[in-house]
Design a protein around this ligand. Structure first.
Ligand code: B12
Length: 216
């Protein structure tokens, strides 16, 4: 089987909600020393994106969405520890507090960003999903973080990113922690409009943008 075929089977396993198959393919990737960032980006992520499109078209409903998300999480649960174990960098680039903002339970993308940052030498404190905005600030102060990373997948919860920056301004903490924003509905313009320090459209880009911000 060539890589393209394996990627397409991975994509299919998520679309079909076939957890056993997704787990089998994730293990296959590890056993065969495939490049795991590519496996995630080109195999599994396109699957969950396709599921989103099917839901938008009204062909998939919430139960299918949930089943596919569970498959995605099952595959990621196998890949993430391995990704972090094969840490690409041993140098510490900085401390990160990351989470999905309150009201939002989507955490697949956030987990991916957290793993990729961790594998690339950032010290990551992951607060999870549906995180109260105060908690991001408290934790960032406690560990003297370099970055607060906010994930939002809903147009409603994106507003939490804006609110957090306002809260930092109110507490005279704006500029103390760099703020990175991301998530499917977020874009560069939004990041600029709300006064975030950075935006990235995916986990690999996040690593690069954050390293660049630290160098400036
Ligand atoms: C899987 C999924 C779910 C799963 C989530 C499971 C989980 N544990 O995460 C379940 C089934 C639970 C779910 C629930 C809901 N969902 Co949903 N879901 C999705 C779906 C299909 C995929 C999201 C995903 O995992 N993508 C794959 C990951 C890898 O991509 P990602 O999250 O975008 O992350 C990448 C980048 O954005 C970026 N990134 C992400 N975070 C960050 C943070 C930083 C700092 C940076 C730099 C980068 C970054 O890097 C990531 C990795 O490359 C999307 C469709 C879509 N187009 O996104 C809908 C979607 C987000 N859901 C949607 C909706 C409406 C809901 C519900 C309200 C449905 C309902 N009626 O109950 C609930 C929300 C409940 C809540 N309060 O949060 C809508 C949102 C619409 C909107 N405009 O707001 C979408 C867009 C579907 C649609 N097309 O309508 N959902």
């Amino acid at each position: 089987m060539n890589k393209i075929e394996i990627f397409s089977q991975m994509e299919r396993s998520i679309i079909d909600g076939n957890k056993q198959e997704a787990e089998k393919l994730a293990k296959y990737a590890i056993e065969n020393n495939m490049e795991l960032t590519k496996v995630i980006e080109k195999g599994f992520v396109p699957g969950i994106q396709k599921v989103g499109q099917l839901w938008e078209k009204g062909e998939y409903f919430l139960p299918e969405l949930i089943t596919s998300a569970e498959c995605m999480k099952a595959a990621m649960a196998i890949l993430q520890p391995e990704l972090e174990r094969c840490q690409i960098s041993t140098k510490s680039y900085g401390k990160i507090v990351i989470g999905t903002v309150e009201g939002d339970i989507h955490d697949i993308g956030k987990n991916l960003v957290a793993s990729m940052l961790s594998a690339n030498g950032f010290e990551v404190v992951d607060l999870g999903a549906d995180v109260k905005l105060d908690k991001f600030i408290e934790k960032a102060k406690e560990i003297n973080a370099d970055f607060i990373c906010l994930s939002a997948l809903l147009t409603t919860t994106m507003l939490g990113q804006k609110r957090l920056i306002e809260m930092l301004k109110e507490k005279n903490l704006y500029g103390k922690f760099r703020v990175m924003v991301g998530g499917a509905p977020v874009n560069r313009k939004w990041a600029e409009d709300i006064g975030a320090d950075g935006y990235a459209e995916n986990a690999m880009a996040a690593v690069q943008v954050m390293k660049n911000l630290l160098n400036n």
